[in-house]
Write a protein that binds this ligand. Sequence first.
Ligand SMILES: NC(=O)C1=CN([C@@H]2O[C@H](COP(=O)(O)OP(=O)(O)OC[C@H]3O[C@@H](n4cnc5c(N)ncnc54)[C@H](OP(=O)(O)O)[C@@H]3O)[C@@H](O)[C@H]2O)C=CC1
Ligand SMILES: O=C(O)[C@@H]1CCC=N1
Length: 285
Amino acid sequence: MGYTLTILGCGVMGQAILSAIYRAPKAADAATAALYPSHIIACNHDDASVQQVVDLVAGMGASPNGITVDVTHSHNGEAVSQAEVVLLATKPYLAEMVLGGVRKEIEGKLLMSIVAGWTIDQLQGYTKTVSRIMTNTPAKYGYGCAVVSHSAETAPAQRLLVKELIDQVGKCIELPERNMDAATSLVGSGPAFVLLMLESMAEAGIKMGIPFKESLECASKVMEGTVKMVELSGQHPTVLKHQVCTPGGTTIAGLCTMEDRGVKSGIIAGLQEAADVAAKLGQKK
Ligand SMILES: NC(=O)C1=CN([C@@H]2O[C@H](COP(=O)(O)OP(=O)(O)OC[C@H]3O[C@@H](n4cnc5c(N)ncnc54)[C@H](OP(=O)(O)O)[C@@H]3O)[C@@H](O)[C@H]2O)C=CC1
Ligand SMILES: O=C(O)[C@@H]1CCC=N1
């Protein structure tokens, strides 16, 4: 019963995805339950990074879908030979070495990869059935976003399995692979860009005399509330932005100063730069 999912490289993102899958609510029916692994093998680099995953799993209690987890290092080949599905989550510069080390064992298996810059074509040098995924750190808490593209050889049942597993990070959106570098910037790097804005707003509060704790609370709630308002109203951000602007008031004054400083074009250029770097990552060996 069930199958084994092996995670090659279980650091920040491997642990985020492991947590999301492990903690998924109990499947509603047998067909959905079959999409979940019964066993996850997390492969890391050394004792210290193994212990991190052991502690993470211990802290989560029992999995609602009865998933068991083993954590190991230096046994990638053995772990992949036991797996039906493999998640590659090492740093990009290690991917070639790690995949090369399991070349024989991975052939014919479903490979999910979150490695930035590594294309489906490159990954197909190891197995033909490939799902390329870009997700982000909020996945660990079930508030992540993921963009997924599949190789042509990936069967509908395999795509369904990937969708069910990756949906657990929060939201899973399928897009053509040509959008993957943009997704790496917008989705993958996105939390860091948002955190820069959050940090800036909180520090502005401090500068104006609000204590750090309260300033961060206010800035966080403003971000959360604004995003909810966009979702619930269905209105364009520009319309909602103008609703905040009283003629001759505070908001338009602040927005004009930000425009003077190039905040919007700076954000767009920053995201473009991140996507350009993503496009080159897979070529750096
Ligand atoms: N961080 C992010 O926000 C995002 C990252 N990504 C992508 O996810 C991938 C992983 O990034 P991230 O989780 O941040 O990186 P981490 O360094 O946190 O995780 C990589 C893990 O791989 C382990 N590892 C190293 N060598 C081996 C090996 N030979 N065999 C098995 N495991 C090994 C590392 O162990 P040890 O620590 O002991 O070296 C580490 O636990 C990257 O390719 C990145 O592009 C995608 C979306 C978002
Ligand atoms: O910074 C990086 O390269 C990775 C990919 C997306 C998020 N972090």
